[in-house]
Design a protein around this ligand. Structure first.
Ligand SMILES: [Fe+2]
Ligand SMILES: [Fe+2]
Length: 474
């Protein structure tokens, strides 16, 4: 299924034959462009960037690469192909045909799910807008911009659903998505992690590794939705998300590689000496990892949640890989382990599985993230350095749910407020850590050159050489 680019808004939803929707989207489009000019990547409106654009929604061959100005990027509306005879696969409506319209009784819950997902997309663009000014290479700059335009397109995807299926209140929500601002005191983004700063490139790579991976898990569970358009929209978004996580994993991996090479070459393992070489020491990478991991843990919501139970039992939001799980898909009488602090210790108790779907998604996510951290450890191991990166305990540094009431160290030990105050800077980046990392950030824009603190990638994008002119400044 190819996408028609002769249209003002490229799409595969037959926009041309839906005048009401077309009018709503054409009204929203200039507002989006204003938002992009104001809040999108800073100082780069005239650059030509080697970007990938979706031209088809088929699993193979959907991407086209070319130099384009970001403001001319063909944002559009693309849904994965419809699955003939698709059914609701879980909850009270299991076995019924998937919904082609929004069921009236689930309208406000569905709108809320779509708005919450939609809000994260422009938020991350806002969080990352300054990073182009300190890019470590043209290759990395291009990857940043690719992530940014695709998050912009994800916003389009959610706005399409709001405008196509939710009438006037959907249109109002679509406007509000362009009005909230990441980190704004009066009108912030909805979720905490999306109001944090992404001040430097180590933070950016950690964000795309950890927080975009949360995006993957959220999209996977929405891709199970009984509401077919939501499922199809999210399934196509997932094809783009894979690249965002690649940017994060390979970015952190290249920093680790560079640091390890220098540690071996100069025979140093003292953090101060490594910093003196203009490199990021492994303990600092560990503290960044701890921060981004814990902030992302909170994105999955409360461990035991009646909202999550409702979303599941009404068929709106499923579990990760729902159809591959061999149970009744109703969770009747089933339980799931959740954590609680009792008598100063972290204990496991069994909660109704229906109320613990957030916790299950968090656990599925943790498994995936741990595998990626192990791939980073392989890089360290290969260089013969005795250091291992480690994910903190999932209860560490939580701000949401019952665990947020306790202070818990990275190994899962409950500690006193006083001990936390003394020790937390061993585990989380300090102002000094962030200032040091910031001091390394400078702008490198010569093709094939890389900042001192990061290794070049093994290969370029789309079979282009590493020293390709990924961004042309005009
Ligand atoms: Fe996204
Ligand atoms: Fe993403």
């Amino acid at each position: 299924m190819n996408i028609d680019y002769s249209e003002k808004i490229p799409n595969n939803v037959e926009l041309a034959s839906n005048r009401t929707l077309q009018r709503a989207l054409e009204h929203w489009q200039p507002e989006f462009q204003h938002w992009w000019a104001d809040m999108g990547p800073e100082g780069t409106s005239t650059a030509d960037v080697y970007l990938r654009t979706a031209i088809s929604v088929e699993p193979k061959g959907w991407a086209h690469f070319d130099h384009v100005k970001m403001r001319d990027y063909r944002w559009g509306i693309f849904l994965a192909p419809a699955e003939a005879g698709r059914r609701v696969n879980f909850g009270a409506h299991k076995g019924e045909p998937a919904w082609q319209e929004v069921p009236g009784e689930y309208r406000s819950n569905l709108r809320r799910l779509i708005v919450t997902q939609g809000d994260t997309e422009p938020a991350s663009v806002e969080q990352q807008r300054h990073l182009g000014l300190t890019c470590p290479s043209l290759y990395d700059l291009r990857n940043l911009f690719q992530v940014n335009v695709e998050e912009g397109r994800h916003l389009w995807a959610m706005v399409y659903l709001l405008q196509a299926y939710f009438g006037r209140d959907g249109r109002e929500e679509a406007e509000a998505l362009l009005e909230r601002r990441s980190g704004d005191a009066d009108d912030p983004r909805i979720l905490g992690a999306f109001n944090e700063k992404t001040p430097d490139w180590l933070a950016f790579f950690m964000f795309t590794f950890f927080t975009d991976r949360d995006g993957k898990y959220q999209l996977c569970s929405l891709a199970e939705s009984g509401f077919d358009s939501l499922a199809r929209t999210c399934r196509f978004m997932l094809t783009e998300e894979a690249h965002h996580m690649f940017v994060g994993e390979s970015g952190v991996g290249r920093i680790i590689q560079r640091t390890c090479e220098a540690m071996v070459q100069h025979k140093v393992d003292d953090a101060a000496k490594i910093r003196a070489l203009g490199l990021i020491d492994l303990p600092t990478i560990q503290r960044y990892l701890n921060f981004h991991f814990s902030v992302t843990m909170d994105l999955f919501g409360a461990d035991v949640s009646s909202n999550a139970a409702t979303f599941y039992s009404t068929g709106l939001k499923g579990r990760f890989d729902e159809t591959r799980i061999g149970d009744d898909h109703l969770l009747t009488g089933a339980t799931y382990p959740v954590l609680e602090v009792r008598d100063g210790r972290l204990l496991t108790s069994e909660a109704p599985a229906l109320n613990a779907v957030n916790e299950k998604l968090r656990d599925d996510y943790v498994k995936d993230a741990l595998a990626g951290i192990e791939r980073w450890n392989k890089i360290i191991e290969k260089s013969g350095i005795a250091f291992r990166l480690k994910a903190p305990h999932k209860a560490f540094n939580r701000k949401i749910g019952p665990l947020s009431a306790a202070r818990i160290d990275p190994d899962g030990n409950v500690m006193s407020e006083g001990d936390w105050t003394h020790q937390h800077l061993h585990w989380l980046p300090s102002e000094a850590d962030r200032a040091f990392v910031a001091s390394l950030m400078g702008r490198v824009t010569e093709p094939g050159r890389f900042a001192n603190w990061i290794a070049p990638p093994a290969r370029g994008i789309n079979n282009q050489p590493v020293d390709f002119q990924y961004v042309r400044f005009n």
